[in-house]
Write a protein that binds this ligand. Structure first.
Ligand code: SME
Length: 165
């Protein structure tokens, strides 16, 4: 397992994602503990991409419950269909929010968060987690983030599904 993350600070956002994804795959390869892997991925994304908050929520009994994350403390439970996270779960699709104040029902865990992207993580065709990334800047996410975060969650799904077989 690689023990250090290396991201060129002068690289473009896309180059950073490409490099990060390769390193994350190596990081979780041969490790089957889901909590350990999600914790390392949250840290890798947080430091690699300089986001304000990166974390996972797990689907547990019709609610999302806070799982490994990096950044300030956050809301622990989110109901189905509520907030950006609950909406991504319900719609089973990525939700990109350029300005959180314009998203009806947005749940503000921190007033510093200005834009957000939430990507559902499928395990055996059902949403099992969501990945939530927050930025202190307005309009900080684009189709680049969507593309690479969706690739990342496929890597995570594969890692988890292997353990369900
Ligand atoms: N803003 C999210 C809640 C989670 S925090 O941002 C960490 C939402 O509206 O679902």
């Amino acid at each position: 397992m690689a023990e250090n993350l290396f991201i060129d600070p002068n690289a473009t956002k896309e180059e950073k994602y490409i490099s990060l994804l390769v390193q994350i795959e190596a990081l979780i390869d041969n490790e089957n503990d889901i909590t350990a892997n999600l914790a390392n991925i949250a840290s890798a994304l947080y430091f690699g991409m300089n986001f304000f908050w990166v974390g996972f929520y797990e689907v547990k009994n019709e609610q999302l419950v806070l799982a490994p994350f990096h950044g300030p403390i956050a809301c622990t439970r989110i109901a189905y269909g509520k907030g950006v996270c609950g909406t991504a779960w319900k719609k089973q699709q990525t939700i990109l929010v350029p300005d959180v104040e314009q998203f009806p029902g947005h749940i503000a865990c921190s007033s510093a968060s200005k834009s957000e992207i939430v990507v559902p993580i499928f395990v055996n065709n059902a949403v099992k987690y969501v990945l939530d990334v927050d930025s202190e800047k307005l309009n900080d996410f684009s189709n680049i983030d969507e593309k690479y975060l969706e690739q990342l969650v496929k890597i995570i799904s594969k890692n988890i599904e292997i353990q369900y077989i």
